[in-house]
Design a protein around this ligand. Structure first.
Ligand code: EPU
Length: 345
């Protein structure tokens, strides 16, 4: 595992780099200047130069939750810090430290090989470990925040390495302190608390159905089922460009929800904190007739209306014009304002 105390190394510098194969939407972005970051120690001097020139910069992990413009000016940091290791054990938890550039799904598979169950519901989510806490990735009744111990990051505001514990990260549904302060932190390492006592998490409808005859499955069986369910509903970015759910599931108060349900008895929703409800945005979009809709080279996936896709040749403008159309129709029909989930750069 790389450690912030080692001697700095010089990152590889790449100019006019095509990011087409480095974003899961397959958008045709060109980075003016890019650096392969393989060690946290590369960051202080590199960032000092960028900040001194007041030049734009951003971090790209797996490129699975971004909409990239055709030209990315300034500096793009390609996060490639590797490493996975068990760093501590106590009565309750096993602590696992992971470099921000590790692939998320490979890490989840590794935890199961090491007999460290707990992350199996989050299998097959595209992207890197460092990006996972930024939008607090979640699926099948679990999210990354639940399993987090602390995060190491380079804070560009203070120009120093910082350690943020779980409370500092202010996690919420698809949200965190990092997402609220985009352009401030560069996550370098994520440390997970893997609970020693493992309990299967089968509350999400798809999993409850899958295991209705097997209430005590092994973690690997859940991992396999989650992979299968995801593959049946979500497009493989290697085959068809996409960034997973393009909109968040909107959270509405109980009064608004009751009125909406009265008008639309089949409305799909889930209880949320403080009596509010989370609406299935996929259902709202589907009801507006968008499933499988084509908008030039962009489109709506035909098996999941929450996923926008690049049928080939789309750029950010195509994707965002389609998103605007969907937002407008959902607002007109249901009075609900959808929020875009990926980061628009
Ligand atoms: N639905 C439709 N039509 C559609 C899509 C969905 O009617 O085209 C209805 C169905 O009733 C379905 C319900 O909406 O049962 C919920 O759909 P699904 O189980 O596919 O989940 P989701 O709410 O659309 C969320 C996450 C996904 C995550 C799944 C499973 C968000 C924004 N999305 O999707 O996360 O994999 O739950 O837990 O919270 C992602 O963030 O990129 C992502 C894929």
């Amino acid at each position: 595992m790389n450690c912030a105390k080692n001697a700095p190394t010089t990152p590889q510098r790449l100019s006019k780099l095509s990011l087409e194969s480095r974003n899961t939407f397959g958008l045709p972005a060109i980075a003016e200047l890019a650096y392969e970051i393989t060690d946290p120690n590369q960051l202080p001097s590199l960032m000092a130069g960028i900040l001194k020139n007041d030049s734009p910069w951003r971090v790209l992990g797996g490129g699975s939750n971004v909409v990239l413009p055709n030209d990315l000016s300034g500096t793009t940091l390609l996060m490639n810090i590797a490493g996975r290791e068990i760093i501590d054990r106590n009565d309750q938890f096993i602590k696992v430290a992971v470099g921000a550039g590790e692939n998320w799904h490979d890490f989840v598979a590794w935890t199961l090989e090491k007999n460290l169950p707990g992350l199996e519901n989050l299998a097959l989510i595209p992207g890197t470990v460092g990006a996972a806490p930024i939008q607090n990735i979640g699926a099948y009744g679990s999210d990354v925040a639940e399993h987090l111990a602390f995060i190491e990051a380079f804070d560009s505001k203070e120009q120093a390495f910082v350690t943020l514990n779980k409370a500092d990260c202010r996690f919420a549904y698809r949200d965190s302190h990092f997402k609220q302060s985009l352009g401030r932190y560069i996550v370098t390492k994520v440390v997970f608390n893997i609970a020693k006592v493992w309990v299967p998490r089968l509350t999400y409808a798809d999993l409850a159905k899958e295991f209705s005859n097997n209430p005590s499955p092994a973690a690997k069986e859940i991992f396999t089922a989650v992979c299968r369910i995801r593959q049946s509903k979500l497009p493989d970015p290697k085959v068809i460009g996409n960034a997973g759910s393009f909109f968040q599931n909107p959270i509405v108060d109980s009064t608004f929800f009751s009125d909406l349900q009265l008008a639309h008895p089949n409305l799909v929703s889930y209880p949320d904190a403080n009596g509010s409800r989370k609406l299935a945005a996929g259902w709202l979009i589907d009801q507006c007739g968008f499933k499988g809709y084509r908008f030039g080279p962009a489109g709506v996936y035909d098996k999941q209306a929450l996923v926008l896709v690049n049928h080939g040749g789309a750029d950010a403008r195509d994707i965002l014009s389609l998103a605007d159309l969907i937002k407008q129709k959902v607002l007109e029909r249901f009075g609900v304002e959808l929020q875009i989930e990926p980061n628009i750069l």
